[in-house]
Structures are given as C-alpha cells and as structure tokens.
Design a protein around this ligand. Structure first.
Ligand code: NIG
Ligand code: FE
Length: 422
C-alpha cells in the first residue's frame, strides 16, 4: 500500500477555479479564476485532493512519502474534468438523414411534424432491450471521457410511456455503477407528446402512471433520478401542463431542471422562480424579466450552444445573464439532433458564438455545471477535499483546451485520482 494515490509535480499551471469553497461563480467572478503556477498536487487513496501548493513546498513536505503514481507535468497545465450539464445519451436509431434535411433548410419543428426528431428516436428506443441501450450508452461514455468529461447530467425522454422511461432510468443507474463517469440522472417523460394523445392525456399519464412507478423503483434502488425535466414549448408541453408535472416531481423530492424558452418565449425564467427550479436549459428566447427572476432564485442557466449552431438559431443572451448575476453553466446537449460529446468544442462555441471569455466558459463547464446538479461540494473545482477529477493539458497555458479546435491537447484524463486515459 502506498501512502498516496497520486502526485502531480511541476505543473506550469493548476487551474483550481476557486479555493474558497464557493459553490458557484457569478458575474465578474467568472472571469477571475484562481490559478496556481509552478505547482504540485497530492491525491489520497480515496481519490480526494489533499494539497495543492508550490513545487518546493510539496517536494519538501512529502519527501519521505510513497505514491502509486507520479506524473511530471513540466510544460503542462491542469484543469478540472468537465461536468456536462445536459445530455440525452440513452437512445438507439440513427438520425443522420435529418441532418441532411436541416442542411437543406428544414427547421427542428418541420422535422418533428414529419414524424422525425424525438418521435423517430422514441420508436427505436422502445424496441431496444436494456442491454442494447446500456452497451450503446457505455460506448458513448467512453467517447465523452476521451474529450475530458468526468461527470454528466443524463436524461430519459425517449420512451414517453412508463416502461421505456423506466428502462432508460435503469440503464443510467447501471451505467453509473459500472462506468467511471459520474451520472446524475433526470426523468424527462414530458419530452414530447406521444402519438395519439392530447397534451392533457399525456400529462395525466405522467402524473398517474409514470411518476408513481418512478417512486416505486427509486425506493427499490433500481433507478436513481435526481431531477425532473419537461420540454416547455409551444405546441408541446405548454405552461400549465409543465407546471403541473414539475410540481408533482418536486413532491417526490426531485429537483426541477427543465428545457425552456428554446424555440419560443414561454416565461421559463419566471416559472423557474415560481417553482424554485434548480436549473433551466436552452433559454435562447428568455426575457429580461426571466433572467432577473433566475438571478433571484437562483436558477442555473444551462446553455447549450450546439443547438443554436446545428439549427442555425440565435444564441441565448449569455453576456446579459452574466451581467445580471444569473449563474451560467454549459452542457453539450448530446442527443441525435446535436451529436456532440465534446465539452472543449462546446466551450469554443460558447466563446465564439455567445461571446463568453475563456475563463467564463471554463467555470460554466466545471464548477457551475457541477452546482447545477447539486454536486459542487465534491465536484467541479480542484480544491482540498474534492475528488481529483482533472485533465492534464499538454501545453503550459490551459486556454489551449478551448483554442485548439477539433483535437485539443488532452494528455491525461484522471477521475478520483485514477488515470483513465494517458
Ligand atoms: O435539448 N429540445 C428538446 N430536446 C432535445 C432534442 C432532442 C432530440 O431532438 O432528440 C434538446 O435539444
Ligand atoms: Fe436537451
């Protein structure tokens, strides 16, 4: 047995984000992240960080200690592993043909009305076994890990009836036990109105059938959802139905974390304050009042620049949100519409399209996204007592993770102090 699991030495920069145990950063603080230069780190045998300090201090203090692994980070920098705040990674079926339709000018709702989109994925996912979906998910998680993601939020939502929704949550529960990526799961039975039902009938099914079954399986420890989500959108789940569903989920102890104001303005921020939502995603069409409401609760804005990019929509007003002290997080929105598993690419889009600076993008993809999932005590920054989830960048300046398109220089991916990719 070694005294410690890991020693990192001689790093040019360790981007700790904050060392004050702040649960998340807002406003100008997002631009002032903490970086320790010429530094080293010690990780204990439980995978937690016990010290980050200047090289000389660590060398002297731990000169008689033994380490399972030592990594010399001369010329390299270290950042926290990414926390992807919004994904739909459990699905089967291929929608590459819809990408062609969209390139030819079809909108998201055109594809939806033609029976494609979510409905297409629902048909395929209903037909797949739990084992098939788990294998697909595990392969996707491996790809996410290669891009530096160490924790994700992940939704159900391609079943739209009890059996398949619960199958998806079971798959997420199993993957969380077997794959090194930490998964926070979200029940999204209200992702789309199932064929043949009215919005009221679909809402009743969720409240009377799906949620009671979710409660039962959660008590049996077969599923572990933390959040409830709806697609609050004109012609899908509109405001009254969304509120009913979210409130029922809240009664079961789920956090409210929903899709809102994506294609049309639906008072999402205002509803978020009313229901004390933990997070709202998308927000391309959010109002000024909605953003002010979100800053009060506070409700996290989980921004998804891949969606606007793929659908050629306007981007959410990230700059205004940061000015108003709304806590801003980022997610890939990985799903068959936005087929992106790369948080470095998401951060690049956040910078170029949404005008965030690189420091803001990194905070949004680590500490703030962890906080949007209720994980900021243990994840999202490199602080003493937190899990050593981190990436070693093969460049002395950490910003290369955002600057270098397509193949950014991630040399090691480390989760709980274990080296998973090198
Ligand atoms: O977050 N907006 C709704 N849901 C997903 C898309 C899901 C799909 O098209 O399969 C989203 O973008
Ligand atoms: Fe989504």
């Amino acid at each position: 047995m070694f005294d410690y699991r890991l020693k990192i030495k001689n790093a040019s920069q360790i981007v700790v984000i904050t060392s004050n145990k702040k649960p998340y950063l807002i406003g100008k603080d997002m631009s002032n992240i903490e970086i320790v230069e010429n530094s080293s780190m010690i990780v204990d045998n439980q995978g937690k960080i016990i010290e980050i300090n200047k090289n000389e201090i660590i060398e002297e203090k731990y000169s008689n200690s033994t380490f399972e692994r030592v990594i010399d980070c001369t010329g390299k920098s270290i950042i926290p592993g990414f926390v992807d705040g919004h994904t739909h990674p459990v699905f089967s079926g291929d929608r590459v043909h819809e990408f062609a339709m969209k390139l030819a000018g079809a909108t998201y709702l055109d594809v939806h009305k033609a029976g494609g989109g979510i409905q297409f994925t629902v048909q395929h996912t209903r037909q797949s076994t739990e084992k098939e979906l788990l294998d697909l998910l595990l392969a996707r998680l491996d790809r996410m890990l290669k891009h530096g993601t160490t924790t994700i939020e992940a939704k159900s939502g391609y079943g739209l009836e009890t059996e398949t929704e619960m199958k998806m949550l079971k798959v997420l529960h199993q993957a969380n036990k077997t794959h090194p990526i930490d998964i926070v799961s979200t029940y999204l039975g209200a992702h789309s109105i199932p064929k043949g039902l009215t919005a009221q009938e679909a809402t009743d099914d969720i409240i009377n059938n799906q949620l009671p079954e979710l409660k039962r399986l959660k008590e049996l420890n077969e599923i572990s959802p933390s959040n409830i989500d709806v697609f609050l959108e004109k012609g899908i789940y509109e405001q009254e139905h969304s509120k009913q569903i979210l409130n029922e989920g809240k009664k079961l102890g789920l956090n409210i974390n929903f899709h809102g104001d994506e294609l049309t303005y639906q008072r999402s921020g205002e509803i978020g304050e009313e229901l004390q939502a933990l997070a709202i995603s998308h927000l391309e069409k959010v109002s000024e009042e909605g953003m002010i409401a979100m800053s009060k609760t506070p409700t996290f804005a989980v921004l998804l620049p891949t969606t606007a990019y793929i659908l050629r929509l306007e981007v959410p007003p990230a700059r205004r949100m940061i000015e108003l002290n709304v806590p801003v997080a980022l997610g890939s929105d990985f799903n068959p519409n936005a087929h992106c598993m790369s948080m470095p690419f998401v951060m690049n889009l956040a910078c170029v399209l949404m005008k965030m600076n690189m420091s803001e993008a990194l905070v949004a993809a680590t500490l703030n996204s962890a906080a949007s999932l209720g994980l900021s005590k243990s994840h999202g920054s490199l602080e003493v007592g937190k899990y050593a989830d981190m990436l070693i960048i093969n460049n002395q300046k950490w910003e290369h993770i955002i600057y270098e398109l397509i193949d950014p220089p991630i040399q090691y991916v480390i989760k709980n102090g274990n080296i998973l990719i090198e």
